[in-house]
Design a protein around this ligand. Structure first.
Ligand SMILES: *Cc1c(COP(=O)(O)O)cnc(C)c1O
Length: 408
């Protein structure tokens, strides 16, 4: 998708991008400092509505909050999705401070400490166990607290998903219990006082290929229905993961959500209903829910020409934008969609390179892109910044102040 297509999603007014209905310069004045992140509620709501419209009604929607743990965003989604998935005690606290009920919170991720597990069991959160060590920790916490914990087994599947930006299942993994070991684990812990409600399989992130996602979901349902035979109780929880991607570069095409949804309808009407009638299927999304609602706004501090190449030096950078600079696990750095947010009516008439204010050549936000002529104090906007932005960046590097974050 091209920058102007992202611009159209937000809308413009009098030559400025609109975010949360406000022209950018007014928003910047209200925030009071640059750089900042702004998340647009209407775009977030549209995304939830689009998902609800497409997915089978029986499928519940979970928000994987590591994508954007800003408390206002989490609370906004807490009233709109069915569940929240957390990955640490810190995230658990944010989720528990929202209006979502604790029994609708799940806790996944390798390396859960005894204290984190105790906290989750005490709160009544679903612990998605990744190893037998974690199961033992759950049992110990439950005995001490006098509670029956609800757990789901995170399974490392025996298939891998192609086309993911990050693979998190198949082959050797730190995530989950290998599928072939699960029957023995279920036998071993069948009388341990645990309520094992089902399974969780999350095989990868940032996938834009609907056919591959649908195939992974089919394989997941197949695998879980085999594992279900080893579970004493019926499967009630069937977390199918997610991994729905969003387009970051001009070449990326948006995910065909209807194609993914068609596959899910077939699974729900077929094998899930036939083989796991009591199961609630869950799709767990981070990036796809919040990624497109966010922009990062940074101000031009300097404009310089070096041996024929024009640089715009901005007051933000890699310390808030690790992924945009290509340093968050990407194999190849590609330009994210970038515009001059206060010159949306001006045609692009020069090539410029946007760099951040850190003393490293890695701090490259956009390399040699077409922009309208921009100078000091113009506002550079980077799209697709609602997920894995601020909290996935090295904010302490170089000691600049933290950026503001607003939900508008
Ligand atoms: C990170 C993560 C997610 C969210 O991934 P996205 O690609 O942002 O949708 C979902 N589930 C688990 C277990 C995760 O670790």
């Amino acid at each position: 998708m091209k920058p102007h297509e992202h611009m159209a999603t937000f809308g413009t007014l009098d030559g400025e991008l609109r975010v949360g209905g406000m022209p950018l310069s007014r928003l910047a004045a209200r925030v009071g400092s640059t750089p900042f992140f702004a998340y647009d509620r209407d775009i977030l709501d549209d995304r939830v509505a689009r998902l609800r419209g497409a997915l089978p009604p029986r499928v519940e929607l979970s928000y994987a909050m590591k994508a954007n743990p800003m408390p206002a965003v989490v609370q906004h989604l807490a009233t709109r999705v069915d569940r929240i998935d957390v990955a640490s005690a810190g995230e658990m606290q944010v989720a528990l401070d929202s209006t979502i009920h604790a029994d609708r919170v799940s806790f996944a991720g390798p390396g859960k400490s005894p204290a984190e597990i105790r906290q989750a069991v005490a709160a009544g959160i679903i612990v998605e166990v990744e190893s037998t060590t974690e199961i033992e920790r759950v049992i110990k916490a439950a005995e001490e607290l006098g509670l029956t914990p609800r757990i789901a087994i995170r399974v490392n599947p025996d298939f891998a998903v192609k086309g993911s930006g990050m693979r998190m299942g198949g082959g050797p993994q730190q995530f989950g219990i290998d599928a072939e070991l699960v029957p023995a684990v279920l036998r071993r812990y069948s009388t341990a006082g645990l309520d094992i409600i089902g399974f969780h399989i999350f095989a990868g992130s940032q996938n834009l290929n609907a056919a591959i996602i649908a195939e992974a979901q089919r394989s997941t349902v197949d695998l879980v229905s085999q594992l279900a035979e080893h579970l004493a109780a019926p499967v009630r929880y069937l977390n199918l993961g997610g991994g729905f991607g969003i387009p970051y570069t001009a070449k990326d095409q948006p995910l065909d959500l209807d194609a993914v949804a068609a596959g899910l309808h077939a699974l729900v009407d077929g094998p899930i209903t036939e083989r796991m009638p009591e199961a609630t299927p869950v799709i767990e999304l981070g990036r796809y829910l919040v990624g497109e609602c966010g922009v990062y706004v940074t101000r031009v501090l300097d404009r310089k020409v070096s041996r024929g190449k024009t640089y715009l030096v901005v007051d933000g950078g890699m310390h808030h934008q690790l992924a945009t600079t290509g340093n968050f696990g990407q194999a190849i750095r590609r330009n994210y969609p970038v515009i001059v947010g206060n010159r949306t009516d001006t045609p692009a008439d020069e090539n410029a390179t946007v760099v951040g204010c850190l003393c490293t050549p890695l701090d490259l936000l956009a390399d040699d892109i077409e922009l309208p002529l921009a100078g000091i104090d113009d506002l550079i906007v980077i799209f697709q910044q609602g997920a894995y932005g601020l909290t996935a960046s090295p904010t302490a590097f170089l000691g600049h102040p933290a950026p503001a974050e607003v939900l508008v």
